[in-house]
Write a protein that binds this ligand. Sequence first.
Ligand SMILES: [Zn+2]
Length: 200
Amino acid sequence: MPEFKLTKVAEADFPSRFGQFRIFGFQGLKGSETEEAIALKMGDLSPALGPALVRIHSQCLTGDVFHSLRCDCRSQLELALDQIVAEGRGLLIYEHQEGRGIGLLNKLRAYELQDQGLDTVEANESLGFEADLRDYALPAAILQHFGIREVRLLSNNPEKVAALERAGVAVVERAPIIAPPLATTAEYLRTKREKLGHLF
Ligand SMILES: [Zn+2]
């Protein structure tokens, strides 16, 4: 397996409607492939204060920017930031991995197939993708950069917990983030629960 190299490209103050963060830009290099992620950090993350709340969020342009009601990404993002702000410390890692790694336009093609009756997993598979293409080398390296070995992970996805542990990070607690279901997301959430093992 090629070695993974993380570079911090930038760091700056980041006031937001949620609260006052520091923003970091990271680049990961694995073989000849580069991946980018940003991190929003609040408070003191040193392990002496206990394991911090961490959210690893995969970019969802349609949800995060346009408030799509086809998925619950934007709600999860807001709930995660609210919980980090309520505790006064924590880290949100935002990865450029649109549509569980398949890319933006392929995600829209998957929507087209879903409109014809396929569920989110079947649609990805019929486009030739696995249901979830993410690996967690980049977020694990970012956590290591901040000296974090143990996390309380904001996630409903047990596979994300397992993948992060495989990448060398101890998940001491999985903190659920439950967005209120909507008529437009009910089917999507049912598939995530039944086919991808998410816990609601
Ligand atoms: Zn989404």
